[in-house]
Design a protein. Sequence first.
Length: 225
Amino acid sequence: MLLRAGLSLACVAALSLSAACGGDKKPTMAEALAKSDQVEADRKAAEEEKKAAVVKAPTLAEDPSKVEYPWDIYKLKDSLKMGLVISYGVTGTDAKGKEVTDEYRGEVKGNNEHDVAVIQTLVSLADTPQAKQTLSLPWDKASPFFYVERASTEVTGRETIETPAGKFDCITADLKGFFGAHKTVWMPIGKPGIYAKVVDHGNANAEDDQTEITYTLATISAPPS
């Protein structure tokens, strides 16, 4: 009996020691890898949740309530490639109040880092030497086809208009030149450098100037690829 009791006590002690050792047992490789995978999965899930919580501001094209200047120099450089040709229907009155009906044609003749070269003429003057002259202009936020020297620009609103060349979501603006030129322009959000419509109000410094000419975009011919 004493022998059995001694053995039992020894067994209990051995089991206790085994249990204590088992508590400090290191995880197996498979267990460590599984835990690492779970930590990485939790990290990615937290990142995705954080991204989803950030609300991305809508672009000008996506938000019809925004009214801001739609172009910059970089967009114009990408848009106005050599060989691009545009035309406009022309109606209104000239400086002397005479009715005008014509066609305006503009073409990009050159495009480099510093400036853009364009030809701009009325079809009625196509046979004159001036009609073939190329005008080189420094890059600007405005279109080179209706250049206003030393212009100030005031954004005035937003309007969707339909022209023979298509329907355009536009920002409207007034361009006022240092020497009196005044134009109201419709700038399509997706067509940098090409106005959908232009109203030339003539020279504000000349009291007797009756100019009120409207240019409406008729065609856009993409440059050759």
